[in-house]
Ligand binder design. Sequence first.
Ligand SMILES: O=C(O)CCC(=O)C(=O)O
Ligand SMILES: [Fe+2]
Length: 407
Amino acid sequence: MTAGAEKQPEDGSHEKQNVHLDSTKQAAASPVYTMQAFFDGKMKVEDFARSEQERPTVPHDIFDDTLPVVDIAAIKDGTAEERRANVVKMLKAAKSWGFFKISNHEIPLQVVLSNLQLIFVTADHACDEAVKRVKKNGKQFFALPMERKLPVRAPDFVFGYTGGSPVNWKSKWWLEALMIKVTDEALDDMIGQVFPDEKDFGVRFKEDLKAFFSPMHELSRFIVEELTEALGLERDTFTRLETPGSNCTGRMNHYPVCPNPDSVLGIPPHADTQLLGILHQDDTGGLQVLKDGEWVGIQPDDSTFVVNIGDTFQAITNGILRSAAHRAVVNAKKDRYSTIYFYGIDNSITLTVPPKLITEDRPLKYRPFTVREHRKYIVDNEVPINAVQHLEINPEATALFLEKLFG
Ligand SMILES: O=C(O)CCC(=O)C(=O)O
Ligand SMILES: [Fe+2]
């Protein structure tokens, strides 16, 4: 998730990866995180234990293979019939599951793996020369000692390194994550901070990250626009709200192996904030989606990515698209890694549902909101499962709004 409670100018212009603070100041401003406390011996696995009702009932390696798979190449270059069939399938999945897989997306897996292995290494995939070199040098981000990772931490819990959830939260997360705002400035900040003495490596690292982020960005826009058009709106109704103040973020999650996986959660049930996310998970398994009240394990496979609708897309489509709750469970055998590209629109613009999506059968459900305020709500409330509900309006307010809108 890309949640945060940054205290920054309302125009969002100064939202950046805050890595320049000196570490003493950072330490004072930032919470201590659960995995950090665990690695330091200050927390035990038992301290991560969830209540009976919250515990994962489905293990990490039990999957359901019914998640729809959408063929992106067929939408781009297929016959009219193939295109229609896949767009219909995608819209249906976005409404019912809030999740779908995409195949033939034209982003070579190696692009994801080789550059992200610079951050974390999934040994099975370590075939690329660059990856081997990085492994040997021990430069993978997550393998760095905590004191080198922590300064990349942003106190706003949006961009930077977080070693779990803040220890003072009720919810104790078993993961560490790196969130990178996808701008040149943010990437330079992060790389300069982590690898200050290795300029050549830094340049290559950044090139590799961008080689991943750029096509993910294009792919995200394409999917958003196809869904928008399928809803009967102008194609760029939402993508035109993308600005430099948008929240397009890369997120890398590392779930360390856990001796007692049935009692903890990597990430508890939540929905993502932005318009959509595109996820790659390694072959371990652990992503689970709430579908019709049941937790469904999503089978890892290297030929597809997993796409999910975020709260912002649900709210600005008047609830037509679904931002589904999902969670990550961990296991006792092997570390797990996942990588997500989150596509977001401007943080500060007031978003409203397009009138075309408000009908007698589907009255206006969500009040005007900004992405920034929604993210703040999510963090302030420790990432609740159905955060989007706080954007709902009550019937009286709806009637007033509709009267204003339609006279
Ligand atoms: O690791 C996963 O599979 C899910 C991660 C996730 O939901 C998130 O980072 O928001
Ligand atoms: Fe998520």
